[in-house]
Design a protein around this ligand. Structure first.
Ligand code: SF4
Length: 322
């Protein structure tokens, strides 16, 4: 087991098999995604899934479409036979979900867009009323804060970076909680994630702090479950350029006694350039990190905000959605 304070985590990632290049689509083809397979996969523990093939629908199989039936039930109607395949899919989901929800389950998912099983926004009843495919819906219902995107979201550099940062943060927490952690371990974890959490909003950071303070007075499993729930929800909130500027300014404040005024001013200018949209955030993060490492500013160096994921996965694009 990795020590999450010293070794980068290895996230578990659930991925639609057709995105991996497996020929499991209804037409016997695949939709291999190059960034996913060539860049991200070497850094994760893969959980490959194909609801339709694993539900026994066969490959190739007839194309299907989602339909809303009586009482808001969903049907997965075969376009050729008219047969409803939803019962087979639901039986597979019911059998697979407990394991996916368990301690060995994925930290996040990348599922195939527009699939009536895996897609997140799929036409229902033809072109009207888009809704999630049956498997995606089951995952989202079980955990609304779940990290779940379709591959088209990862074609945008900023969204991809946000996804990667969130995935690795969730993996760090999972690995921390999988150990025989002490109240001190949880407190150290929380301190290390401070700047990342603050970039997503103060209230959840404060609430998590109260949970950390209660460690030792509450049952461990109960506390861990609540911490994990609030942590996941905090990261799901997204962030803004202004929130990142505040975090970067806070970090720069830790250099006050250690850097000459002209070097601090240069870093301040870099932060302002980021705030004004003239440079990307990761370039500022890397400059702060290099200076903190050189000066051995321990608290700053340990902030996950400065090392949120392997550098090769971070594009330098700002994940904030201004
Ligand atoms: S979209 Fe999902 S169900 Fe369809 S082939 Fe890909 S993995 Fe299988």
């Amino acid at each position: 087991m990795n020590d999450p304070d010293t070794v980068p985590p290895r996230p578990r990632l659930g991925v639609s098999r057709c995105l991996l290049g497996e020929r499991v689509r209804y037409d016997g083809g695949h939709r291999r995604d190059d960034w996913l397979t060539q860049v991200l996969l070497p850094h994760v523990e893969l959980v490959a899934l194909c609801p339709e093939a694993e539900a026994g629908l066969g490959t190739p199989r007839e194309p299907m479409q989602l339909e809303r039936g009586p009482g808001d039930t969903q049907r997965l109607r075969g376009r050729e036979s008219g047969q409803d395949h939803a019962p087979a899919l639901r039986a597979w989901v019911d059998g697979r979900l407990p394991e996916l929800e368990g301690p060995a389950g994925p930290d996040g998912y990348v599922l195939k867009a527009r699939s009536p099983s895996c897609g997140r926004a799929v036409p229902v009843n033809g072109q009207r009323e888009p809704g999630p495919g049956l498997f995606a819906a089951a995952l989202e219902t079980a955990d609304p804060s779940r990290l779940l995107v379709d591959e088209t979201a990862l074609h945008d550099a900023a969204a991809r970076e946000a996804f990667v940062i969130r995935l690795f943060a969730l993996a760090r927490l999972r690995e921390r909680l999988a150990t025989e952690w002490t109240a001190g371990d949880l407190s150290a974890f929380h301190a290390r994630e401070k700047m990342l959490l603050l970039a997503h909003g103060r209230p959840d950071y404060d609430r998590l702090g109260r949970l950390v303070a209660a460690a030792g007075t509450r049952p461990r499993a109960e506390l861990a479950a609540e911490y994990a729930e609030v942590f996941a929800r905090a990261l799901a909130r997204g962030t803004t350029r202004g929130a990142h500027v505040n975090v970067l300014q806070h970090l720069l404040g830790h250099f006050r006694e250690h850097l000459p005024a002209d070097e601090r001013a240069a870093l301040q200018t870099a932060i302002e350039d980021f705030g004004a949209g003239r440079r990307d955030r990761m370039s500022v993060v890397r400059r702060l990190r290099e200076r903190a490492d050189a000066l051995q500013l321990d608290w700053v160096c340990r902030q996950s905000y400065l090392r949120p994921a392997p550098d090769e996965l971070l594009t330098g694009e700002d994940p904030a959605n201004e």
